[in-house]
Design a protein around this ligand. Structure first.
Ligand code: LRH
Ligand code: MN
Length: 430
């Protein structure tokens, strides 16, 4: 199936290469007038990598239903193959983020070989203490009333054991980070002691932290609500930073764009975590209301641009040298083909990052230095209003990727082929 994608990539180059070249020259002239080094921007874009979540390669759903599609991957090998196909088109997606036990391999060594054979790296690996899966014999070990924060030690010990196991598995697959999102919380005032729950959470995660290899990170992912609807043990960036600090220097905070209350200033949260040297990674998606897990940049593209600008400034100021944040998509595809949605999210993130690279830093510093908000706003919006798609395409073309990944995916008939070869069994995941 990769061959069909490669054919379409070449068709696009032959058909659209010349138009792309003239678009690129035009854009380069415009950016040069703003003192932007286009070659440097293309080089920076060329080594951006945005991990693909294994759980988003199948159709997602809500509690009200799920409309699964034929051709979805229903085992790890097929998930890795789909990520490799996405990467063949984008040349920016060569990493999969696994979720355990959804992606528990029967044979980790075979999975490691499968990843290597497809040229896919194993990104941050996710634990799951928000589902019991098989109901434990001892009801006190169930995650129903929480995992690491549960008053019952049986549930805490089970959660710690699971997370340590995920680290061991991740290590055998080449991962370098454990992502811990906790569904722990309450639905009713008084249900648990906020301070007690935090103590138990920190104490439990400290046991997981102690099992981390020296070159690993533990990412704490905050979320204000869902599935808990009165309180969550790690509701916001402040709690996440507090927990990370209590654990130690290898603990960092992961920002999922959908995990914020309406109108939260997420770009400022990213900046503050960078300021503290604790930005571990970002789960890109978009939302209108709650944790909607929609296509990145599809609802609030300016916010996505501002978040990428904080990452670009932080890198320029040397603040990401100690730890390059893991950039990942975390979305759920209820009405679109999962792979097409991931291609669109990747494109939106690359475009927002490229726009951020075209902000004139000296003009912005000058405007800020003289308290000129109009000039500062104009400097940012100049970049946001720039059509940098030729830049994103060129970075991809130079790495053998598609000028238009979505069109190449469709023209190659990739989904039709998976429907033919895989039938319509359900993928693991949400
Ligand atoms: C929680 C979350 C977390 C994953 C899950 C699939 O909402 O964002 O990152 O574990 O989605
Ligand atoms: Mn997430």
């Amino acid at each position: 199936m990769i061959a069909a994608l490669t054919d379409q990539i070449e068709v696009q180059i032959r058909r659209d290469g010349a138009a792309h070249e003239s678009d690129l020259e035009h854009m380069a002239r415009q950016l040069a007038r703003r003192g932007i080094d286009v070659e440097a921007a293309i080089a920076r874009m060329a080594n951006l990598r945005i991990a693909v979540p294994s759980w988003a390669l199948g159709t997602g759903g809500t509690r009200f239903g799920r409309f699964s599609e034929a051709g979805e991957p229903h085992d790890l090998e097929q998930k890795v193959a789909d990520v490799a196909a996405i990467d063949r088109l984008t040349r920016a997606s060569g990493e999969i983020s696994l979720h355990i036990p959804w992606d528990q391999p029967d044979d980790p060594a075979a999975l490691r070989e499968c990843l290597a054979a497809h040229g896919i790296a194993c990104g941050p690996i996710n634990s799951n203490t928000f589902q019991d899966g098989e109901r434990p014999n001892d009801p006190r070990a169930s995650y129903r009333h929480g995992s690491v924060s549960n008053v019952w030690g049986e549930a805490r010990a089970r959660a710690v054991g699971h997370m340590v196991g995920v680290v061991e598995l991740g290590r055998s697959l080449g991962s370098k980070a454990l992502t811990v999102w906790l569904s722990d919380g309450t639905n009713h005032p008084g249900q648990h002691s906020f301070r007690g729950a935090l103590d138990r959470t920190i104490d439990s995660l400290a046991q997981v932290y102690a099992a981390l290899p020296a070159d690993w990170s533990l990412y704490t992912e905050h979320k204000p609500f869902e599935p808990a609807f009165y309180s969550s043990v790690n509701p916001d960036w402040g709690a996440s930073l507090l927990i990370a600090r209590a654990l130690g220097p290898q603990a960092r905070c992961l920002v999922d764009l959908g995990h914020h209350l309406p109108n939260a200033n997420i770009e400022q949260i990213v900046a503050m975590l960078v300021h503290q040297g604790r930005l571990g990674g970002v789960h890109f998606n978009d939302s209108k209301y709650g944790d909607d897990d929609l296509t990145a940049g599809s609802i609030q593209p300016f916010q996505l641009f501002l978040i990428c600008h904080e990452l670009v400034e932080a890198e320029r100021d040397g603040l990401l040298a100690a730890h390059v944040p893991d950039l990942m998509i975390d979305a759920s595809h209820n009405v679109k083909d999962p792979m097409e949605d991931i291609l669109q999210s990747t494109e939106a993130i690359l475009i927002a990052y490229a726009q951020a690279l075209t902000v004139d830093p000296s003009a912005l510093a000058a405007a800020r230095g003289q308290n000129d908000p109009a000039l500062a706003q104009d400097t940012l919006q100049d970049a946001f209003r720039s059509d940098v798609r030729p830049l994103v395409r060129e970075a991809r073309r130079r790495k053998g990727g598609a000028l238009n990944p979505l069109a190449a995916f469709r023209a190659a008939g990739y989904r039709q082929e998976t429907v033919r070869s895989r039938g319509s069994r359900k993928a693991t995941g949400l």
